[in-house]
Design a protein. Sequence first.
Length: 269
Amino acid sequence: LVESKKVSDVPADLHSILHSNRAFAHIKLQKWAEAETDCSEALKVNPKNTKATYRRAMARYELGKHETALEDVEKVLKELPDPNSNKEAVELKEKINAQLKKKAPSPKAETSQPAPGFKRMQIVEASDDEDEAPAKPLANGDSSPPALKPGFKRMQIVEASDDEDDEPAKPTSPAKLEATSPATSPKAAEPFPEIKLEHSKAGVEKAKTEANSLFSQGKVEESVKWFSKGLWLVESKKVSDVPADLHSILHSNRAFAHIKLQKWAEAET
């Protein structure tokens, strides 16, 4: 009613509360992405809606968005400094910080790159206790190195090869490859080849119907495969006459299956 302009005299506070309360319902259903979206809409209308800020922090924590979740919960603690009214926010902040500590990379010494025209040199201190390799004879036949003054040590300078890599490249994990090249990408190989579908609108409809049936039987992972196969037909341009509504439903229903499997990031996408 509000957003379709059927009613125009609704206060901003009420509009914001509707979004915030629906977000709380989404949280109870563990629909974290929907909850985050509703909280953001609530805060657009009324930035002082502290409940919406706290609920968005909860949703973002569950979605693994710990940095932005921490920003939200810190805003809540600033607005509710009384320990009696912010206990849950304090506990949430502790949980977020614990996750951020797990994700924090261990510090590594970085090797600086030499400026163009220069070569990297390594200076190695020669131990006074080590035997040195025989020195090459000098032009006059004297093979003994020059004596060092008291208090000085002999140093060896080693030139680093320009052809060496500082650090071998790490292979990309399969999980990252999958994230960057989803099965429904137009350039991806055909997913789930065991699922045979006509390359037609009827084939896409069949994928949706079969996926819905599997979902209703509790075979959620199998339903994801069928939804994905139908989406691949559309997004790989194998079928071009698919209505936008059907394309959208395939994504929406697969998202619901992901939610049932608690795959929050996939559901949000």
